[in-house]
Design a protein around this ligand. Structure first.
Ligand SMILES: Nc1nc2c(ncn2[C@@H]2O[C@H](COP(=O)(O)OP(=O)(O)OP(=O)(O)O)[C@@H](O)[C@H]2O)c(=O)[nH]1
Ligand SMILES: [Mg+2]
Length: 396
């Protein structure tokens, strides 16, 4: 049976859940799909249960999210692709990849625990990779529900607003909604209404971003899969431009020229994908092993990958989970740029050293070429933790 084609009836946005490990991101994601599936919006949302979101066997066994999971849902006014990001410190690099393409994020904070290290780290990284709007879900509100405890929840809310303001998110005006993903999943009416309120906040607070539809096509590869009998498929969010079946593209990083022979979003074929869409591209004659996460699919000749750039970088303080000691020229950490993870040599020039907490200018030479442009955000990591966050200022 032919699959039903994707029909674009509402604006599409990419959002996601982020926040500290175990604060309830995956539970909330499942609850959102449940509430919307039951609301029965035209076009439809399919309920995705918790264990289908945390789906790799290793993740299910450990009960933590390692990889990024995508789900799709629709409110009355919008179509959303939602990425559920991991909270555990070891998987922050996966979170960075997921956040790199978000129009807005739901910051999940447990009302029981308040701000924890990855709450702060995710806010900082979200800012750095260009997530402009955050809505807060103060989760597990069911567990702190009476008398004195509201005072504690009020304090957590205040603390979250301060954290957001400190990172330029205008904490006073950010919507903070008290929810219980767990109780909503169980069908409790009060907490179902709270999820509705959260979705209304997302619908109204996260604006429809300006899409660069006229720019040449570009898609950072998030994942690569093989479809038996058909070929190699790459997935990711279209950063700019549009693409149709039959269009020529190049795969930067793999050094390949090819043609798009199939186009889908969430399993539904589509005629044309545009900036912001989360898609799968079937590529003609591309061997599975030649393409990797971090490569970029682009209109032929539209981007020239580079190795050298200058940047403005914030070196995280020890309190933010960063280094305890300064770095100097010759430092060689990993750079997370779009979906790529590349080693780079740092030259601090005159400044010579950068201490935790400093903002410095640096010149970087990457171990391999990637598409770069001024304004592009990136993260710097070392030994499994984030040590810096920066923005490209010039490319040479
Ligand atoms: N009381 C209560 N418990 C909750 C709620 N939401 C989640 N939990 C519990 O908190 C634990 C963690 O929930 P998850 O949804 O896996 O948390 P997570 O943020 O996705 O965790 P990672 O992906 O590993 O970072 C589970 O035991 C949930 O049942 C809630 O609203 N209320
Ligand atoms: Mg999770």
């Amino acid at each position: 049976m032919p699959k039903t084609a994707y029909v674009r009836t509402k604006p599409h946005l990419n959002i996601g859940t982020m926040g500290h490990v175990d604060h309830g991101k995956t539970t909330l994601t499942a609850a959102i799909t449940k509430v919307l599936a039951e609301r029965g919006t035209e076009g439809g949302t399919v309920f995705v249960p918790f264990d289908r979101i945390d789906r790799a066997p290793e993740e299910a066994a450990r009960g933590i999210t390692i990889n990024i999971a995508h789900v799709e849902y629709e409110t009355d006014t919008r179509h959303y692709a939602h990425v559920d990001m991991p909270g555990h410190a070891d998987y922050v690099k996966n979170m960075v990849t997921g956040a790199a393409q978000l129009d807005g994020a739901i910051l999940v904070v447990s009302a029981l625990d308040g701000i924890m290290p990855q709450t702060a780290e995710h806010v900082l990284l979200a800012r750095q990779v260009g997530v402009d709007h955050i809505v807060v879900a103060l989760n597990k509100a069911d567990a702190v529900d009476d008398g004195e405890d509201t005072v504690l929840t009020d304090l957590v809310e205040l603390e979250v607003r301060e954290l957001l303001s400190a990172h330029g998110y205008g904490g006073d005006s950010v919507p903070v909604v008290r929810v219980s993903g767990l109780r909503a999943l169980e069908g409790d009416a009060r907490w179902t209404a709270a999820i509705e309120a959260l979705l209304d906040a997302v619908d109204t607070y996260v604006p429809i971003p300006e899409r660069y539809l006229d720019a040449p096509f570009l898609l950072p590869v998030e994942n690569v899969l093989t479809i038996t009998g058909r070929g190699t498929v790459v997935t990711g969010a279209v950063e700019r431009g549009t693409i149709r079946v039959g269009d020529r593209v190049e795969v930067l990083g793999a050094g390949l020229d090819t043609v798009v022979t199939g186009l889908e979003t969430f399993g539904k074929p589509m005629e044309e994908a545009q900036a912001g869409d989360n898609v799968a591209l079937l590529l003609r004659g591309v061997p599975r092993d030649s393409v990797r996460r971090g490569h970029v699919v682009a209109a032929p000749g539209s981007v020239v990958p580079r190795r050298r750039f200058t940047a403005q970088v914030y070196v995280l303080s020890a309190r933010e989970g960063g280094r305890t000691t300064a770095v100097s020229s010759g430092y060689r950490p990993q750079f997370y740029i779009r979906t790529a993870d590349v080693v780079g040599d740092v030259d601090l020039g005159e400044a010579a050293v950068a201490r935790p907490g400093d903002t410095v200018a640096m010149a970087v030479e990457l171990g391999r070429e990637v598409p770069l442009e001024p304004g592009l955000g990136f993260a710097i990591r070392e030994g499994g933790r984030t040590v810096g966050a920066g923005t490209v200022t010039s490319v040479s």
